[in-house]
Design a protein around this ligand. Structure first.
Ligand code: FES
Length: 102
């Protein structure tokens, strides 16, 4: 999976009149990523510049979030050891995220 994560918390974030929760650090493929309470894991990764969250089983193509409401499962990630739809899981301090090859 192409990395895509730039690590900066402002890579794709709107500045200005946005109120955010307190900063937290999650670990994506063992790399720290700062994000904010109240965000979903998918939103945190998208904000950091990630496009590919996993690879498709059939064609080994990059896959990423599509619906952002828990329906398509294209945002699946291993979160603290469990495969979950990352758009439905809020970030938490020290959370461990693994992008799956397939
Ligand atoms: S983006 Fe569709 S389930 Fe998460």
């Amino acid at each position: 999976v192409a990395d895509g994560i730039r690590g900066a918390t402002t890579a794709r974030r709107i500045d200005g009149a946005v109120r955010r929760g307190p900063p937290v650090t999650i670990f994506v493929d063992d790399r720290p990523l700062q994000c904010f309470m109240g965000e979903s894991v998918a939103a945190a990764l998208l904000a950091a510049g990630a496009d590919a969250f996993r690879r498709s089983v059939a064609r080994d193509e990059p896959r990423g979030p599509f619906c952002l409401m828990g329906v398509c499962q294209e945002c699946a990630l291993r979160i603290d050891g469990r495969v979950e739809a990352s758009c439905r899981v809020p970030v938490g301090e020290g959370m461990r995220i693994e992008r799956m090859r397939r």
